[in-house]
Design a protein around this ligand. Structure first.
Ligand SMILES: NC(=O)c1ccc[n+]([C@@H]2O[C@H](COP(=O)([O-])OP(=O)(O)OC[C@H]3O[C@@H](n4cnc5c(N)ncnc54)[C@H](O)[C@@H]3O)[C@@H](O)[C@H]2O)c1
Length: 252
């Protein structure tokens, strides 16, 4: 083993779904910087092009047939990373059926279809790495995040099961659970100063993350550095879930 190359991805074909914004964009750039041949897939193909690495590919993951064709059109894919997700922040009693469907369809159903469409050919070739995005909300909640939280907890179990089923065929499947990250997804929270400050002070590091701070976790799980890592949830939350946060005893 040449450790200088531990994280290198030369010759690997990587598809990043959600590469037009936030964490997906930074992940695509970092993967390309480590030598991967990156396909930047996104519903917003102009945004995917603006990411500025690899090839842009228009894909709406809510379209099951389009997901199936992408898995065929894009050839032998070594790594699939998917970030596309949405949140409707409302209390459970206020949720409309259509809002529930919107969050579940993108965060859970589309993820399920991506894992099946890309995982099958990976298993046939006997190798591959799949990286999905969960959240601290898979384990800890606040009022107004219930449906999003349920989809992220569901996604973790889906990915763990995929790890169990595809592991014997050479495919690793993992999740990354970010804390709070400055991206368009969290614009609503950052537009409220009290909410923004409360989120910053909750983590051990006392601040929000930049999307680039999630890129290392993606490169790691994509690469041979993680060759024995599967079925795991890699927490990148600045210590959010480690710290209870109810009280900071003075004088200690
Ligand atoms: N930002 C955070 O604080 C945070 C915290 C925890 C978890 N996460 C998770 O990390 C992941 C990335 O979040 P982000 O903040 O980078 O999001 P983002 O909103 O910045 O980016 C999401 C991307 O997905 C694309 N997309 C949306 N619907 C699509 C569809 N139907 N088909 C294809 N592409 C579609 C969008 O065009 C966009 O480019 C998500 O799964 C999110 O739940 C984010």
């Amino acid at each position: 083993m040449s450790y200088e190359d531990l994280f290198r991805l030369d010759g690997r074909r990587v598809v990043v779904v959600g590469a037009g914004s936030g964490i997906g964009r930074e992940a695509a750039k970092a993967l390309a910087a480590h030598g991967a041949e990156v396909v930047c897939a996104d519903r917003d193909v102009d945004a995917a092009t603006a990411t500025g690495v690899g090839t842009a590919y228009a894909l709406d993951v809510l379209d099951r047939e389009a997901v199936r064709s992408a898995a065929t059109d894009l050839g032998a894919v070594d790594v699939l990373v998917f970030t596309a997700a949405t949140n409707v922040r409302k209390r459970l009693l206020d949720y409309a059926d259509a809002e529930f469907d919107r969050v579940v369809d993108l965060n859970l159903r589309a993820s399920f279809n991506l894992v099946r469409a890309f995982g099958g050919p990976m298993a046939e070739r006997g190798r591959g790495s799949i990286v999905g995005f969960a959240s601290i909300r898979a384990v800890t909640v606040e009022p107004g995040q219930g449906v999003y939280a349920a989809t992220k907890a569901g996604l973790v179990q889906l990915l763990r099961t995929a790890a169990a089923e595809l592991g014997p065929r050479g495919v690793r499947v993992n999740a990354i659970a970010p804390g709070v990250v400055e991206t368009p997804l969290t614009r609503q929270i950052r537009s409220d100063p009290a909410w923004e400050a409360a989120y910053a002070s909750k983590s051990a590091l006392g601040r929000w993350a930049q999307p680039s701070e999630l890129a290392g976790a993606v490169v790691y799980l994509a690469s041979d550095a993680a060759s024995f890592v599967t079925g795991s949830v890699l927490t990148v939350d600045g210590g959010w879930t480690a710290v209870d946060g109810r009280y900071d005893p003075p004088g200690l």
